[in-house]
Ligand binder design. Structure first.
Ligand SMILES: *Cc1c(COP(=O)(O)O)cnc(C)c1O
Length: 399
């Protein structure tokens, strides 16, 4: 069974579980900022906590925050939990990013922030976003924060400019399914060091220290991840996931897409052991991205066109957090591929404005809905071998 994703974890990450790692969070922040060309970085227990904290720290409340309709539900939840309202903008069918032609109509006197997501590693047109936000600021006479959600786009670049290195703030998610991981975790990066200091001070007064017991739970979790994704065991993991409620039960507090609620530890600080794992992963990051680009190019060349399948584009500067294909009759395609030993995911399975919590707004985002019903993501993680790739291409081409 080839997993739909696999974190690239080795001995170096494993060894950190048995060390004391004192001061690792500070070092991880500094190294993260340097790697992604930011002035400073501030660490959080989850990406969603980071976004929630930023909006609170800069005093955005009771306002509208613009966001794409097709993204992770936690982005909308962070907006809601900081006493703001998400305002949804539909996406483009080609690269799944916010349709910037629709952005001006979403901006009004209540808008205090715009979140743009470089989804699946596809860089969004930053110049255009900056221009549109600048015009709206002039019109409404107040600051509108530009928040880049880089949870899928570590190291992607738009016209040679690293995403997240400019603008007000960039958000990264570091859980086990992301391009690099710190077990759990999230990060904000800033080009303005004073803004970073303000957000860090807010975090330090509002986030509790994590208990030593949580440190051991995290170690145990990562240990379980090593085992669950190992070649010998993955078939069993897949079976547990698909045929039993056990794994969903264990991760339930983390995946409440339809409920505006965060996991109980969302206001606890990142642990040193998490940061230590993150520091090891950060060293691998250039290779993680390089390998993903190789796999995307391989699929682009070797997957035969099929009349009703829509393959993803190859785009300059993209980093391919996922290789997303739109297919008709998705359930049948996923089941058939699973029978043949390939686990493809369904990403993202919802359009945020269609979730129960947001449906009452009546935002109509048909492209996002269509994507949510038809996407599969073919394995693209850096642990794949050429043998895996040939096997995947052969099975997909045999249809
Ligand atoms: C994963 C993710 C986040 C942050 O998620 P956490 O699970 O809270 O770390 C934010 N935005 C997008 C698009 C994501 O995929």
């Amino acid at each position: 069974m080839i997993p739909r994703f696999k974190p690239w974890l080795g001995w170096a990450e494993f060894r950190t579980l048995f060390r004391c790692n004192r001061g690792a969070v500070d070092r991880f922040e500094q190294e993260f900022a340097r790697t992604f060309e930011a002035a400073d970085a501030v660490a959080f227990p989850h990406g969603r906590s980071a976004l929630w904290a930023f909006l609170n720290a800069v005093g955005v409340t009771d306002a509208e925050v613009v966001m794409p309709a097709y993204t992770c539900s936690v982005v909308a939840h962070a907006i809601s939990l900081s006493s703001n309202r998400p305002r949804f903008v539909d996406i483009r069918p080609d690269d799944y990013n916010m349709d910037l032609n629709l952005l001006p109509a979403a901006l009004n006197e209540h808008t205090r922030a715009v979140i743009v997501t470089h989804l699946f590693g596809y860089p969004l047109d930053l110049e255009r976003v900056e221009t549109l936000i600048g015009e709206a600021e002039a019109r409404y006479g107040h600051k509108i924060w530009l928040i880049q959600d880089c949870a899928h786009s570590f190291g992607a670049s738009w016209k040679g400019r690293l995403v997240g290195s400019s603008g007000d703030v960039a958000l990264y998610g570091l859980n086990i399914s992301k391009m690099m991981t710190s077990i759990f975790g999230g990060m904000l990066t800033f080009s303005n060091p004073e803004l970073a200091a303000q957000v860090r001070a807010w975090r330090n007064t509002h986030f509790k220290r994590s208990s030593w017991f949580k440190g051991w739970k995290r170690r145990f979790y990562l240990f379980a991840v090593y085992i669950a994704f190992s070649k010998l065991v993955y078939g069993f993991t897949w079976w547990l996931q698909e045929k039993t409620p056990l794994l969903n039960y264990l991760t339930r507090s983390y995946h409440l897409d339809d409920l505006i609620r965060f996991p109980p530890d969302f206001k606890e600080r990142m642990l040193d052991v998490e940061a230590a794992v993150g520091r090891v992963q950060l060293k691998k990051y250039p290779e993680i991205i390089a390998r993903r680009r190789v796999v995307a190019a391989y699929y682009d060349q070797h997957l035969s066109p099929r009349p009703d399948w829509v393959p993803p584009p190859l785009v300059e500067g993209a980093t391919y957090s996922h290789f997303v294909v739109r297919v008709p009759n998705r359930g049948a395609v996923v089941a058939k591929l699973a029978e043949q030993g390939i686990h493809v995911g369904e990403l993202i399975q919802y359009s945020v404005p269609d979730l129960n919590s947001y449906r009452a707004q009546g935002a109509d985002c048909p492209v996002s809905r269509q994507a949510s019903q038809s996407t599969i993501n073919v394995p693209i993680d850096p642990t794949l071998t050429y043998r895996n790739l040939r096997q995947i291409a052969a099975i997909l081409n045999a249809g």
